[in-house]
Design a protein around this ligand. Structure first.
Ligand SMILES: Nc1ncnc2c1ncn2[C@@H]1O[C@H](COP(=O)(O)OP(=O)(O)OP(=O)(O)O)[C@@H](O)[C@H]1O
Length: 259
């Protein structure tokens, strides 16, 4: 039985995300080398890797900004290259760089996204209000994004990514640059989406303290998947006593021939 089946069971319908033998290169530089893993629905999965591991490249392939040189990506069974509309309808994305308009209000940013997604204005307004409230920002709906803290703006970005009710959300280093409290808040809110709404999450980070024992961890290093299992199992398989120690053990020396 492979790890994917162990994590979710093979008979439970399509994976929220299936990355199948994906490779990508920038010229001669291999950024992703035969990457495969999957994320079951309603699962919090962590894509863990150091700078340059290939995490952002993988996000670009999953969101179809780049066409993979080889392999396929499926979102709830829909191939992102051949059934992009159906695949992307199930997907919400929070990119690493800030993408809100600072001069528009929180609500205007949300409604703009609603228009892009083809959601009617009444429905978009109601959903925006609900999601912003769930992110703990009900009283900031009419404020300009410029007036928010970095953590609050991140929460708006998460709310915006959820506007079209996707069942899979990708977050690329969402806590980068935030203080400890803001990081913890965003992590807790995102975990709640998994537990209460059944959203599948792929959370990219290089910070091992964001990982819980039961989380799925996909360890990406120099474009290759070195481990894919629950954190406790990754720790045990590496003969380590923490995910940090397992990470160090698994990555030391691995893939040096490509450096
Ligand atoms: N546009 C590009 N052109 C050429 N090489 C690139 C480009 N983007 C990324 N790379 C290279 O591909 C590899 C993977 O980079 P990528 O940005 O995907 O990693 P990452 O894990 O997201 O790192 P970070 O945490 O720093 O964003 C690196 O060696 C990087 O230098």
């Amino acid at each position: 039985m492979n790890e994917t089946m162990a994590l979710g069971g093979a008979a439970a319908g399509p994976a929220a995300l299936a990355v199948e033998r994906v490779s990508h290169a920038y010229g001669a530089r291999k950024a992703l080398d035969d990457v495969s893993f999957s994320v079951r629905p309603a699962t919090f999965a962590v894509l863990l890797g150091l700078n340059g591991a290939g995490k952002s490249t993988l996000f670009s392939v999953i969101t179809h900004l780049y066409a993979a040189r080889a392999g396929a990506v499926r979102i709830f069974g829909h191939d992102v290259a051949r059934q992009s509309g159906a695949a992307l309808a199930e997907l919400g994305v929070v990119f690493q760089s800030r993408t809100l308009d600072p001069d528009l209000s929180v609500e205007q940013n949300m409604l703009y996204q609603g228009a892009l997604q083809g959601i009617g204005p009444r429905q978009a307004r109601a959903r925006a209000r609900d999601l912003v409230a769930r992110m703990g920002l009900a009283d900031r709906l009419k404020d300009r994004v410029r007036q928010l803290s970095g953590g609050q703006a991140r929460r708006v970005e998460i709310a915006r990514a959820l506007l079209h009710a996707p069942r899979l959300v990708l977050l690329d280093e969402p806590t980068a640059g935030l203080d400890i409290k803001a990081r913890a808040d965003i992590l807790a809110l995102t975990r709640r989406l998994v537990a209460e709404d059944g959203v599948g999450v792929l959370w990219t980070t290089h910070l091992v303290d964001e990982i819980r024992p039961d989380d799925q961890v996909v360890l990406l290093h120099k474009g290759r998947v070195l481990a894919d299992d629950r954190a406790v199992a990754v720790i045990a398989a590496a003969g380590a006593d923490s995910i940090g120690a397992a990470f160090s053990r698994l990555t030391s020396g691995a893939g040096e021939e490509d450096a």
